[in-house]
Ligand binder design. Sequence first.
Ligand code: OAD
Length: 385
Amino acid sequence: MSKAKSSRDRRINPPGVTRVTRSSITTTQDSQRIKPTDSGLVDDLSLMSVSEQQALLAREGKSYQSPSTKSVLSSASGNSVPRGALGTIGRLMKLGRVRNIVVVAGAGISTASGIPDFRTPGTGLYANLAKYDIPYPEAIFNIDYFSDNPHPFFSLAKELYPGHHRPNYVHYFIRMLHQKGLLLRMYTQNIDGLEKLCGIPDDKLVEAHGSFATAACHLCYTPYPAEEAKQAIMNGNVPICTFCAGAVKPNVVFFGEDLPEKYFQHAEDFPKADLLMIMGTSLKIEPFASLINTVKSTVPRLLLNRDAVGPFERRPLRRGDYMELGDLSDSVRKLAEILGWHTEIQDLMNSHENGVCSYTDPSSSSGENSDSSETDSMHRDALYV
Ligand code: OAD
């Protein structure tokens, strides 16, 4: 693996601010101006330029109205139309206006699997490292500190090695995006391996902060058998490089280390995205956090998180930015319900978790993404041997 150019640095952000859930700005006057049947379309229009709006309206056989008109409350059938961030993004997806979704994720997507995140006060990993006697919490993932004293990380690694936790609904939602042919790529900061375990294929996944799947010397980067490294660490030993005698570590990216080569695929992916979904991250760590600013300015960005983070803390929000604050599993489930995917995701999750894979990748017959069914069988092997 060739070495990439930039390294991870910490960025100091102000703490999160007021909780604000974006919702459509509905007025009685506005709702009277629009026919109920236009409700989804009108919300959708708020994301588009005038020329895009005219083109879409022409396709729908309607004439252009002022973009200041906003959503109404019910559909033609009388059913309530979901409003707010999830309703708007759900409508865009249902209208087929979204085909290349990039997902950007962090530790918050795995808390429902029982894995603590890093920075939540009290429960986050960084609040619970006292027993390691380290100078500051992030030292445990600092390459210079590791070089000096690898023992704290190796003690923690015994707990962090994948194998104890299962993917949750959020992971399977992202896999469903792939199954529906909508996932351009998932960029994750997580090192828990749950994305792969739920069946998101390798070519759809960028593990930006590395993983435990491979290991190498932290000094000369000579590869080392991952299973042997794991056994040594589990037995309380330091695996030693056979070439330079440096300490071997799993290829989790530490502060001060280069990101994996695959990370730089972002330069092609983000400009192609037509929707960015940001899930369960504090957006505190660079260069990962800045990826979200590299989509086109017209591309909607949806934040699903407990708190407003990064550019979503600013007021006013960037045009096209949406957020749904609260528990991620709840938000994702609501979006799945809007999309009509909830039962399908539950079935996929149940069958996958029970080792009976009924899923056939719709794209496999065309050859595209054909590694997915293979991923499924590998996944079952990994689960049950
Ligand atoms: P953080 O712990 O910094 O942020 C997790 C975010 O997810 C926070 O904003 C939480 O409020 C939110 N969150 C947690 N559980 C949630 C839930 N159930 N529902 C909704 N939101 C929830 O984790 P990351 O942003 O992933 O580096 O941290 C980035 C990097 O910092 C990590 O990759 C890690 C760390 O140093 C490593 O390489 C190990």
